[in-house]
Design a protein around this ligand. Structure first.
Ligand code: GLU
Length: 547
């Protein structure tokens, strides 16, 4: 077979050679020894998820810790999965979480010398490589129709052999030039298949940078590399791109392990060194005591939109993901509580291979720790910005009441054991919502030992003695007095000793006041809250509670 002739028949307009790309168009990068080149390569399906972010952090750390390059490549070869606006969503979501690219697709264009960074614009590059594979006899056109492939599958199933297009089952492997020409004359559509020389029974060793040595079976399938429209499949496109973009480390999900043999065979056939593959573990969650994969359908927390809608601070999400990315991160954090996450030395070896367990409660706890270190002014700005995109109806309220909100955030923040109440914007607003009359509501019930009538009696006494100018200890002395006058112990421990002597203790009376003024049984210091609410608001709330 004259493969050269076949290549010219199939790709008459392709004139560039692989060497043109390798030597002139995408030459070796000028980076220092050991610098890593990584890429995030999402498909614009409209859904960007934690796995993407998890991978992006790995890519970003590898590149930037080694003074390398981190790029964003858009894998948009699958027309059916493409969604309008998805690229913008990808870019803005990653930006939200502080992922910074050096090169690739950006909102207002592309940056870098290894583009285009949209696979849909690299058709000529893929076809040049495909043409070369045809020339060396390692790719061929396949004119089989869907029906014929279906028939093939049925036959293989009845014969109880592997299904697929391979070996003697690969009908169009041996078409003559004349047969191919006549198909082309007929305008029959065709895919280009890779001609595998692998044997299923053979195994090879591949070093995975997270998982160590992997023993994989050889690929033996003649997979499709170019679809009928001349656009490549993922298997082929990423090999070509990662080679020509000079990627050194491919970080991707473990779902790609099963097709790794295909990728290795293509690299070897082209005489290219494969990059170092780093297959990350699936994100898992506990569900009724069982560990399972996070699912797009069942778990809204898989999508990054979930965190942006609720207003999680990017620093909190980053901090949390680092704890699941590297097993020694938490230990490091304890010893370096004030360091930037970038000072942590991230390594692939410390990554889990058995599933990264995602736990929302833990994220929330970490978020509390992270937010308590962020100055209140910054939290305010963050909340305000979030409201503009997600809860417009409160933006004005936040703007007008800025000073009070800062004070509310600041209650109990100093000292050795600062209050850690703030988690994410939706919750933060809910946490301070009692301040605003429009949102104030009585959420909790009075303590069990105090009925409505009794509560009113206590609150009347409180209102009668209330003086906005009392300092904190004068204020509390009054609560104590009211307690004693009404049959409550002045100290909880007195009540514990002789419960039969009292209706309850001073703590119960404070809760009644707290519920009337703040609407909840637990909150930061009530005296401080009253100072921020102002005398009128406090009196009004008390009057309402007594009515
Ligand atoms: N486009 C692929 C995906 O969305 C990327 C896999 C890779 O990183 O190579 O999963």
């Amino acid at each position: 077979m004259d493969y050269k002739k076949l290549a010219d028949m199939l790709f008459p307009n392709i004139t560039k050679l692989i060497s043109d790309y390798e030597e002139t168009i995408f030459p070796k990068r000028n980076l220092k020894e050991g610098a890593k080149v990584t890429r995030l390569a999402p498909s614009p399906t409209g859904f960007i998820h934690l796995g993407n972010l998890y991978g992006a952090f790995v890519d970003e750390r590898l590149a930037h810790q080694s003074e390398g390059v981190f790029m964003l490549r858009i894998e948009d070869t699958d027309e059916k999965r493409k969604v309008e606006g998805a690229v913008e969503t990808i870019i803005s979501s990653l930006e939200y979480f502080g992922v910074k690219f050096d090169e690739g697709a950006f909102v207002d264009g592309e940056i870098g010398n290894y583009g285009p960074y949209y696979q849909s614009n690299r058709k000529e590059i893929y076809q040049s490589v495909a043409k070369h594979l045809v020339e060396i006899g390692r790719a061929y056109p396949c004119f089989c129709t869907e029906e014929e492939l279906e028939e093939l599958r049925n036959k293989q199933e009845s014969a109880k052999v592997n299904t697929g297009y391979y070996g003697e089952w690969a009908r169009d492997r041996n078409l003559s030039l004349e047969e191919i020409q006549s198909h082309l004359d007929n305008n029959d559509s065709f895919v280009l298949r890779f001609k595998s020389e692998g044997k299923e029974e053979n195994t090879n060793e591949v070093e995975d940078s997270i998982r160590g040595k992997l023993v994989i079976h050889e690929n033996f399938q003649d997979i499709v590399i170019l679809k009928t429209n001349g656009i490549p499949t993922y298997h082929f496109a990423h090999v070509v791109d990662d080679h020509l973009m000079r990627v050194t480390h491919v970080v991707r999900g473990e779902e790609w392990l099963s097709t790794l043999p295909i990728h290795i065979e293509i690299f070897n056939t082209l005489n290219w060194n494969p990059p170092l593959y780093c297959h990350t573990a699936h994100m898992m969650k506990m569900d009724n005591g069982n560990k399972r994969k996070l699912s797009k359908r069942k778990d809204p927390e898989l999508g990054l939109g979930y965190y942006m809608d609720l207003g999680y601070h990017p620093a909190a999400v980053r901090e949390y993901l680092l704890t699941i990315l590297n097993s020694n991160y938490e230990e490091w954090r304890i010893e370096n509580s004030d360091s930037s996450t970038d000072d942590f030395k991230f390594t692939l070896e410390k990554m889990s291979t058995s599933g990264a367990l995602f736990d929302l409660d833990k994220l929330n706890n970490i978020s509390k720790d992270v937010l308590v270190k962020i100055p209140v002014e910054e939290i305010y700005d963050f909340l305000l910005q979030w409201s503009k995109n997600h809860k417009k109806e409160i933006t004005k309220l936040l703007e007008v009441n800025k000073e009070s909100i800062l004070k509310l955030f600041a209650i109990g923040r100093d000292g050795k054991k600062p209050r850690k109440d703030l988690i994410y914007c939706e919750q933060i607003f809910e946490f301070i919502s009692y301040y605003f009359d429009e949102y104030f509501e009585i959420v909790d019930k009075y303590p069990e030992n105090i009925d409505e009538e009794e509560a009113k009696k206590l609150l009347k006494a409180y209102l009668n003695t209330f003086d906005y100018n009392d300092d904190q200890s004068q204020w509390f002395d009054k609560i104590r007095e009211i307690s004693v006058e009404n049959g409550y112990a002045a100290k909880p421990k007195d009540y514990k000793k002789n419960p039969e002597l009292y209706k309850g203790h001073v703590g119960d009376v404070s809760v009644v006041v707290r519920i009337a003024v703040v609407g909840r049984e637990s909150s930061p210091d009530v005296w401080e809250i009253q100072q921020i609410l102002g005398e009128d608001k406090v009196r009004e709330r008390l009057k309402k509670a007594i009515m």
